[in-house]
Design a protein around this ligand. Structure first.
Ligand code: PLP
Length: 288
């Protein structure tokens, strides 16, 4: 028998095969929704507060109403972890502008309840990841997304297409390029290391303000590593000593090749490996 997850939909815990959202939901018709992904380590939530603060920012940036259950999100996350027995994995949360009862470009009238959905994904082996051990290979692709990438919306068609381009090229992921500079990965923030300096694009509307990015940069500075927040070019990636990416699900993952060119020694480097260890160790300690 296939095991059914218990998911959360608008106030109810239900089996995944019984969960229902309207066909008129703005998330479905207009990609009018925002999301968060919180990782679970040792059955506890990593960087929960940071993800919820960013959720609040995404909702405000789109003038989207806050779901009634906004103050209960910690309890809902914990309940889903418990009910689904998640030890290592992710919790996906999505809020949409709700169901106006028909299709219309205009936002629904004030008071239309937002839709809130959460579900778990078990991912055993997230810490001891094979990809992190061998290092990811990426290709570069043009960044064709909209101009507010700092809002974590569910408009993920282009990142999805870029992942398919990577798959077709036989590699793991794609790094996106705009005006000759790397913006970020399809679902992660991008970094290079040159002469001991960790270089990553500064925060702006051009990239998602990664919660893992914030933590990793803080740990790097605490460990007396030099951090430079600035844009870098594809050529700089090719000449870097190391490269890596960060996200809630990948933590810190080395990048060892771009467009067929080896980066550094072509294997995960010592600085990225150290950052991964620090991040996982500190996250396990601080998880709630
Ligand atoms: N950049 C993009 C485009 C993403 O989709 C993600 C995560 O999904 C990230 C960066 C990393 O963000 P976080 O560390 O908060 O998971």
């Amino acid at each position: 028998m296939i095991e059914m997850r218990t998911v959360y939909v608008n106030g109810d815990y239900v089996s995944e095969n019984e969960a229902r959202v309207s066909i008129f939901d703005r998330g479905f018709l207009m990609a009018d929704g925002v999301y968060e992904v919180v990782s679970v380590l040792g059955g506890k939530l990593v960087d929960f507060e940071g993800h919820m603060v960013r959720l609040g920012r995404s909702l405000s940036a789109l003038n989207m109403e806050r779901p009634e259950a906004m103050d209960d999100l910690l309890e809902i996350h914990r309940e889903l972890v418990a009910r689904n027995g998640i030890v290592e994995g992710l919790i996906y949360l999505q809020v949409t502008r709700g169901n106006p009862g028909d299709r219309d470009f205009h936002y629904p009238p004030d008071g239309t309840a937002p839709t809130l959905v959460l579900f778990t994904q078990a991912k055993p082996g997230m810490i001891d990841s094979q990809l992190a051990r061998r290092g990811a290979r990426v290709i570069s692709v043009p960044d064709m997304r909209w101009g507010r990438r700092d809002i974590k919306t569910v408009q993920l068609l282009y990142p999805s297409m870029a992942k398919m381009m990577a798959q077709a090229a036989g590699v793991d992921d794609a790094w996106m390029i705009e005006d000759g500079h790397v913006t970020e990965g399809t679902s992660n923030n991008a970094y290079i290391i040159k002469n001991g300096r960790i270089i990553t694009r500064a925060l702006s509307h051009d990239i998602l303000h990664g919660i893992t990015r914030a933590a990793v940069l803080r740990f790097a500075r605490e460990a007396q590593m030099e951090v430079e927040e600035r844009s870098f070019t594809l050529d700089e990636v090719k000449e870097a000593d190391e490269a890596f990416y960060t996200s809630a699900s990948a933590f810190v993952t080395s990048v060892v090749e771009i467009d067929g060119d080896m980066i550094g020694a072509g294997a995960p480097g010592p600085i990225a490996a150290r950052l991964r260890d620090i991040y996982i160790e500190e996250s396990l300690k601080a998880a709630i």
